[in-house]
Write a protein that binds this ligand. Structure first.
Ligand code: FE2
Ligand code: FE2
Length: 190
């Protein structure tokens, strides 16, 4: 599939989660927490595949003086990852939870708008349809092994993001399974 279609699909899925968050009852802590977990998982994976496959491919095609949009996108990812790593530790009942999530949503919407309106346009000019399809395949593969949690202090450019990405993804999955097991044990004992 064309990489732009694939990434746009991710953007739409996350936007759907944002709307779900915005229409949830402010006192429905379990729904707010569920949506937060899904947003963190989907955005972590999406940012990783862009950083491992999409952005490096664009930078490889552009001259040093043309890559500013990608560098800006990387900085926006970094801030979003920082916000997500804080949100992960925050209880949905915390006073700051909805405010922090709202700022995250504003940042991601701004980022997606620039990506779809400026970067995607640039990408259509510098890659053939066949190349865009090949990039789509690579993005699809990278997603399978992408971390499901934010790692704001892990390098975000190749080769180090790819080297660190695999153990980070493994660690995330172990953590998620561990939490599920603990959750089940606590439920069984109560
Ligand atoms: Fe992005
Ligand atoms: Fe994106």
């Amino acid at each position: 599939m064309n990489v732009l279609t694939l990434l746009k699909q991710d953007h739409n899925n996350v936007e759907e989660l944002f709307r779900r968050f915005e229409t949830a009852r402010p006192d429905d802590a379990s729904e707010l927490g569920r949506v937060r977990d899904l947003v963190v998982e989907q955005l972590s994976k999406h940012a990783t595949v862009e950083e491992q496959v999409f952005y490096p491919a664009i930078r490889a095609r552009l001259g040093k003086d043309e890559e500013f949009d990608v560098l800006e996108a990387l900085e926006e990812h970094h801030l979003v990852k920082l916000a997500m790593s804080e949100l992960q530790k925050l209880a949905p009942t915390n006073d700051r939870f909805r405010a922090k999530m709202t700022v995250l949503i504003e940042n991601v919407r701004h980022h997606v708008e620039e990506e779809e309106n400026d970067l995607f346009k640039q990408v259509r000019d510098i890659f053939s349809v066949e190349e865009l399809n090949q990039l789509g395949e690579r993005v699809d593969q990278a997603k399978e092994a992408a971390p499901t949690r934010p790692h704001p202090f892990v390098p975000d450019t190749p080769p180090f993001n790819i080297l660190v990405g695999v153990p980070a993804a493994l660690f995330d999955r172990i953590l998620t399974v561990g939490r599920q097991v603990i959750g089940r044990l606590v439920k069984a004992r109560s």
